[in-house]
Write a new protein. Structure first.
Length: 498
């Protein structure tokens, strides 16, 4: 960021729009750049007016129109930082826009630079070609280390080193400088020391504030999944792909994985278990909150989410039911002004060009809603299709579910339950056993084979309700995806009930 800002000022750019919620940290960076280039830095706000950061002198021009009118009176080689000015550009007065364009034109010939710093991008079409846009990234490990040392010194603690320091920096990655400082300070208050657990907890709360991302605290395990042997083997083969040894070997970081299948077949569970295999934090992107009502808000939300994801990396990003996220990207833009297409394009570009070690796990139920550009090679490393569980998988699922609820599978006739649950998904098998637990609890006894069999017979599985869709999904997956389970050639293909 520092190099880019310096180059733009040297090249004579008169308008720079910086997207950042860290006003104080960016102002310090801008002041350092201005001093190195021999420029004066003046900071404007609607509350303080125009302040010369070198001597603290103030010029009373709190109205945004006033500060734009005096740009031509400022010394040459001046950098003017406009705080919160993006709010005046959201629904701009035509007179303000004209003054802004005039100030940028004057600045172009006199070495005066206007920098707008805002937490989101609000740039009217009239100014799009007059200003360059930069994103001020969240603090890296070096900057977080400085903050950590400052907190340790103020709390009169020994400087953290070794594994504890790395754990603290990992826990703070993805936080702003203010959030990191607060989290470190809170850990001192709560534990009389520095605790990575406290910092990670506060990061989970901070990331969840905007509703776009959520840090899942307890990644799952492949042991919780019945079957899917090919998919499990594929993940286990890559469990060390984010380590230093892989980088030294010249192995590129894996990009991601898409899992397609009907609901309840273990796609989401596999996404959670992927983070456990890689031993990385798991972030979930809420696609429903990505789209906003304001112009440009959706694109800004995605950029903000990507910035946080890359700051936390290496990590696993889980996007559940990704077809809902981009279902409108195939439209002409007549219904949403092309927002879905622009968001989709930004996401595709990031998937293709990202260098940060972020492994994306996307799940989908309805492939007809998926844009073809998302499925081509290069976006994801592999696409797996999860079918209904076969005999061996259902046997494993029954054992997992019975033990999950504290019962002994040996007390039930698992073979008969496997036969009776033909055509059931893993979720439906679990729900059938839960229903039998309710019946047994009401009778003050343990569940029996009869209770579970009755629950199965009372359930209409999705394989019957969605027979047409599942049959079409299987035909589509043939030759386009890899099976998640080794095909059982000795078992006849299950006939769907229509």
């Amino acid at each position: 960021m520092r190099t880019a800002l310096m180059n733009y000022i040297r090249a004579g750019y008169s308008g720079i729009y910086v997207i950042s919620s860290e006003e104080t940290r960016f102002e310090a960076e801008a002041k350092s750049v201005a001093e190195e280039l021999g420029h004066a830095l003046l900071a404007w706000s609607a509350t303080d007016g125009l302040v010369n950061t070198a001597d603290g002198s103030v010029r009373d021009c709190r109205d945004p129109l006033d500060v734009l009118q005096i740009i031509g009176e400022l010394p040459e080689s001046s950098v003017v930082l406009l705080r919160d000015f993006h709010l005046f550009l959201e629904d701009p007065d035509p007179f303000l826009l004209r003054l802004m364009r005039d100030a940028l034109r004057v600045g172009k010939t006199s070495g005066r630079v206007l920098i707008v710093c805002g937490c989101r991008l609000i740039l009217p079409p009239e100014l799009e070609h007059d200003m360059v846009t930069l994103e001020f990234s969240l603090p890296g490990r070096d900057a977080l280390g400085v903050i950590l040392d400052g907190i340790a010194e103020s709390a009169e603690l020994d400087k953290t080193t070794g594994d504890l320091r790395e754990q603290l920096l990992d826990a703070a990655s993805g936080l702003s400088s203010v959030e990191a400082e607060d989290a470190f300070a809170l850990s001192v208050v709560e534990t009389a020391g520095l605790s990575a657990v406290v910092v990670a907890r506060e990061k989970a709360r901070a990331v969840k504030k905007n509703g776009l991302l959520e840090i899942c605290p307890t990644p799952g395990s492949l042991e919780d999944i019945g079957g899917l042997d090919l998919l499990k083997a594929w993940l286990n083969q890559r469990h060390s792909a984010f380590g230093a040894a892989a980088a030294e070997y010249g192995l590129p970081s894996p990009k991601g994985l898409m899992i397609i299948g009907i609901p309840g077949t273990g796609k989401s569970l596999t996404a959670k278990a992927t983070a456990g295999v890689f031993e990385l934090p798991l972030l979930k992107l809420d696609a429903g909150r990505l789209y906003g009502s304001l112009v440009g808000q959706s694109e800004s939300n995605l950029r903000s989410a990507i910035q946080t994801i890359e700051a936390i990396s290496p990590c696993v990003l889980w996007i559940d039911e990704i077809e809902k996220m981009f279902s409108g990207s195939k439209s002409s833009g007549s219904t949403d002004g092309g927002t879905a297409s622009r968001v989709f394009g930004t996401f595709l570009s990031w998937m293709q060009d990202k260098t940060a070690p972020v492994f994306v796990v996307a799940t989908a139920n309805d492939v007809s809603q998926l844009p073809p550009e998302l499925l081509r090679k290069g976006r994801f490393d592999e696409i797996f299709f999860v079918d209904l569980p076969d005999v061996d998988e259902r046997s494993a699922i029954w054992g997992i579910q019975v033990r999950k609820y504290g019962r002994d599978p040996g007390l039930l006739s698992i073979d008969s339950l496997v036969t009776g649950s033909d055509g059931f998904t893993g979720s439906e098998i679990e729900q059938a056993f839960v229903d039998s637990l309710y019946v047994a609890f009401a009778g003050s006894r343990e569940p029996t084979d009869e209770d579970v069999t009755h629950a199965l017979s009372s359930t209409v599985p999705l394989s019957r309700l969605m027979a047409d869709q599942l049959d079409g999904l299987r035909r589509w997956a043939q030759g386009r995806t890899r099976p998640a389970t080794t095909p059982n050639t000795s078992q006849p293909k299950r006939r769907l009930q229509y």
